[in-house]
Design a protein around this ligand. Structure first.
Ligand code: AMP
Ligand code: ZN
Length: 432
């Protein structure tokens, strides 16, 4: 049972042919953008030099920093009046990474989502509740357009407001949810408080993604809700959701290779690793008009499956994302880098030399961010009310930068472990 049988079960050699055709077209298109023109010219690479799929190795990687440098539209490969929408990554730091979509890009994306939903077992008769935030974040409108195009009824519930979410599920007969794994755990907790068994809601499946979670968290969710949980993978740079999804085998993630070229590299050397070996996922869009991105270093760590899937789909599978090759954290669905917090607190004169970021989960399964900050004795003279003020100041400054309200713990100088070499700035106690 497929959404698009011809594409999903295409012979590998035909898929490769299609990939080459689309890669060549994409490289020509990308060369129209100021960013890629400059990059290609600087190494003397011409679009026509890409003759085989292996020639992709001639193209330099694209990084998140490149996207920031190209802000707002230096990677745009079509005239400025062509795009119909922008999205951006859930990170909030200064220059966001922004992605443009043409009408066709939105259609292609909606179709990819349709494939994912159908693959996991959803059908047009189902009722789909989208419980992630709408707006610039791709998870809202991405799933929304996919499910709507698919023909199911969509409830654009957005994130939060648990009581209302539960009412919507009950009153409108919701059968599938798109939800972050941590929010699914939180809802389970609330249901327990309300003495409503999660398994009594009439749900048929959960699509969980946008943040890392382990196989044991999946099992836990499946036990609580008594329905299958499917892993949904995506990133805004590659559209958002719809890049990869689990089929009903629930053994890792199919990537739609007619839209993306998949590479796994050693993050240190940039060289390809062998199938089955762990490395960083690199993706190239080969079916996107407004903003093609070539060899994007996702920083997500995974591996490539060696064998084809039992479901009959021929598109490659990657393992559950088990970590990152940089220090990006996802807290309450928001991407953040410890350096953002550091930059903010070090601007505050009362802050001393050492700090530590601690992330854990409350009993209600909500992420909690605590920043422990040593104060500077030269500046601080010991009034309790001053301490409260500094605490407030730091809290406010961090919230402004990362949108998440942290708890601030002020400490005497030299209380935190001294940094010997590489300081351990982040302690992540979440059991994900
Ligand atoms: P954003 O661009 O804000 O959508 O964030 C994309 C990032 O979220 C990815 O690069 C991953 O690090 C993370 N992510 C998304 N989906 C998953 C998933 N299913 N498992 C683990 N990490 C995920
Ligand atoms: Zn499969």
């Amino acid at each position: 049972m497929y959404y698009d049988k011809a594409i999903e079960t295409m012979k590998r050699e035909d898929l490769k042919k299609l990939q080459l055709e689309r890669l060549q077209k994409t490289v020509h298109a990308a060369y129209q953008s100021p960013f890629y023109k400059k990059r290609f010219d600087s190494i003397g690479l011409k679009p026509k030099d890409i003759r085989t799929l292996e020639d992709i190795y001639k193209i330099p990687f694209t990084t998140k920093d490149d996207l920031r440098a190209a802000y707002p539209d230096l990677m745009l490969a079509v005239p400025k009046n062509q795009p119909v929408r922008i999205h951006s990554s859930s990170g909030t730091t200064g220059r966001a990474t922004v992605i443009f979509f043409t009408k066709k890009d939105i259609d292609v994306w909606a179709d990819l989502m349709g494939r994912c939903l159908y693959m996991a077992g959803m059908r047009p008769d189902d009722v789909f509740q989208n419980m992630v935030s709408y707006g610039l974040f791709t998870g809202g409108l991405g799933f929304h357009y996919g499910a709507e195009r698919f023909g199911s009824m969509v409830i654009p519930a957005g994130g939060g407001n648990t009581a209302k979410q539960i009412t919507l599920i009950k009153d409108f007969g919701t059968t599938y949810l798109h939800i972050t794994p941590s929010y699914a755990l939180h809802i389970a907790y609330e249901l327990e408080q309300m003495k409503i068994p999660a398994s009594s809601l009439g749900l048929k499946g959960l699509f969980c993604g946008a943040e890392p979670y382990s196989e044991s968290t999946r099992k836990k969710l499946e036990e609580i809700y008594r329905i299958p949980v499917f892993n949904s993978y995506g990133l805004s740079e590659m559209n958002g959701p719809g890049v990869g999804f689990e089929c009903q085998e629930k053994e890792d993630i199919h990537i739609w290779e007619d839209n993306y070229i998949v590479e796994i590299i050693d993050p240190q050397t940039g060289e390809a690793v062998l199938p089955g070996e762990r490395g960083e996922l690199v993706l190239t869009t080969i079916n996107r008009e407004a903003m093609p991105i070539l060899r994007y270093r996702t920083k997500d760590l995974t591996f490539l499956h060696k064998d084809l899937c039992k479901c009959g789909r021929t598109h490659a599978k990657i393992g559950r994302i088990i970590g990152r090759s940089d220090d990006m954290l996802i807290v309450r669905g928001v991407n953040l880098f410890p350096s953002q917090i550091e930059a903010v607190i070090m601007e505050i004169p009362e802050v001393g030399n050492n700090y530590q970021i601690v992330i854990d989960r409350s009993d209600e399964h909500l992420d909690r961010l605590t920043v422990k900050v040593e104060i500077d004795n030269k500046v601080f003279h010991g009034e309790l009310k001053d301490l409260k003020m500094i605490q407030k100041k730091i809290k406010h400054a961090i919230k402004e930068e990362i949108m998440i309200q942290p708890e601030i713990e002020l400490l005497e100088p030299n209380t935190l472990p001294p940094s010997e070499g590489k300081a351990k700035r982040v302690i992540d106690l979440r059991n994900i």
